[in-house]
Write a protein that binds this ligand. Sequence first.
Ligand SMILES: [Zn+2]
Ligand SMILES: [Zn+2]
Length: 749
Amino acid sequence: MQGFNVLFPQGWDCHGLGIEIQVEKTYNIRKRDVPPEQFRKWCMELVERYIAMMKEGILKLGCSIDWTTEYRTMDPDYWRRTQLSFILLYKKGYMYQGTHPVNWCPHDETAIADAEVDYVKRDGVLHYIRFPFEDKSDYALIATSRPEFIPACVAIEVNPNDERYSKYVGKRIVVPIVNRSVTVIADECVDPAFGTGVVMICTYGDKEDVKTVIKHKLPVIMLLTENGRINENGGKYAGLTINQARAAIVEDLTAAGLLEKTEKITQEIGVCDRCKAHVEILERKQWFMNTRKLTDAVEKTANEIVWYPDYMKNRLIDWTKSLDWDWVISRQRLFATPIPVWYCKKCGELILAKENWVPIDPKLENPHIGKCPKCGGKDFTAEQDVFDTWMDSSITCAVHAGWPDRADWKHLFPADVHPSGTDIIRTWAYYLIVRHLALFDEKPFKSCLINGMVLGSDGRKMSKSLKNYAAAPEVLNKNGADATRQWAAGGGATGSDIPYRAQDVEYGRRFLVKLWNASSFTSKLLADYKPDANAKLDLQPLDKWIISKAENLTKKVTEEFEKCQFNVAMEDIRNFTWHVFCDYYLEAVKDRLYNPDLSGTTKKLAAQDTLYQVLYRILQLLAPVAPHLTEEIYQHMFKDYRGFESLQVSPWPKFNAAIVDEEAEKNGDMIIATMIAFRNFKAENKQALNAQYSCLTINTGSAEYAKILKASFEDIRGTLKVNELIITPQKKPDGRQISPYDMYFEAKQ
Ligand SMILES: [Zn+2]
Ligand SMILES: [Zn+2]
């Protein structure tokens, strides 16, 4: 409507871990139980079902998507783009392999990124355990919530400034259960106030252990298998699950007299954001993107981007600065884009796919070279790992612009707006920025619009088990698209979460019914009206009043939309439509239209023209939010005259300061207040609103007020249903007072 040629693309991000989990549940299997091809086929079928459902919703909502651009990240043509972006970044030195500790989901048996770890509060138990000194002189008391990690203890740590324990530093201490000796080391990061102030360092109980091991160059004893069991380093506990091992070790400590006491605590632990399993830290060879070297560039870019609302920028910057580790981009999964890499069986040389080999699945195809460039070997093994799903979705801004196929893709890049949600700032927004900076040295988008989440009616996260769940198709079928869109736009400030309440959508629906009824009533009043831009109009005070108000509304709503304050814009449009237009203006000019012989036909034409223009303005301002209903009304009432194929391509109204008439608005407000006061007067006297009065005297108490009311004499008389109307400047403080204008009514029936 503002004349821009807008591309609204649609892609489907398919490779989420959630899909694999859903397939495992549906078929009651684990992913390694069936051939990988079968498992991937089930994943694709499930994705297709979800896409069909979501697409139906999007189509019903009337989103103006260019469907010729539709893509799915699970299609080979999209693999091509993800794989190409990897090859380019590998060549630029951003991609590397390393054996570093990573977050690991033992349930899904894959590495996960920091962004996929959620933190939750859980009840735990703190175990106070005696660790005897090697020289048998004494013991140190250590409090830990994870005694199962004792077999992986590699050091004991105290704060050197802690007077109680500084004497321990350098001494050898015996790790119970496994009877190995470790050294007591000193580090100021130990909190003397937590537990006993003596800490065991295990590989790896948590992220702090990782930092300590690196800093003090401690050995690593990996204790867990990829599916979360104790491995051979756990001795007699090997094969047990983590929980079983904890129970067994606590039992053995108790039997040995080494468990002094236990204490209940509440602790914050990291869980997998998909399956909610306790996240462990494992070491395994992984692929990483060197994202941390871009931290400063990301911060600078975030400051260049316009954020709606502005404070969301800080969430991104805080997240960027909080990252301890590079982004682990490899996953031990099945349904994902393959990493286009092979290794020479003979010499281990890494062979990276060439740019024109992709899309390629290295597990199904050999590298397109006859022999290893290093040793001449002819046998290769494929990289077994696949990409994190965010490797697919972190190049979308370039892909939407046509990269890598269109020579002119930079024309549409960076994107003007990146619409997203609060829950994926640390993933989608962050990964988009790092990847586009690394690939193209350019920000992915100029502005970022962050929406809140829709919560259940009780304010909690929507979930089927909480029974606070509403399915989009039901809401759409019951209320229609426009009421639903209106609720989404008006439900709350941009960026804040909004609870889903059925009555809020119904309110939207009632508003649309009101608009529809008002339009059809207006249409009847306009039966003998022909719009004519050159007609000389005898505009009355109330006509000027609403025309000026509509112009100010246009200015406000336009600014609010520009600032993505959709809820404020909706509030303003609804108030104007419901009250100013329907309740006041339409009521106040009815009589002028019904009885033109009393008021004169030029005044009738002025009212008709005002109704026509103001209703059109309402439809235009509402068109972005309620496209279906406004279009229907436009086609019936306005298309023949306005001539645009659709309201959606009519030019957005431009604010015209010359139309604003503050005097007219002030005067009109007084006229309307007078009418409302007399309506209330009738109601208080138990009279119907259309009850006829033989005489009404309005004592204005001021010559100026009297003059203003007299200028709308016929509109007031007709609307109030009064045979004889007397407006006088006299002040007569009895009868009914009109606040805030200090006038008085005397009425006779
Ligand atoms: Zn998981
Ligand atoms: Zn080789």
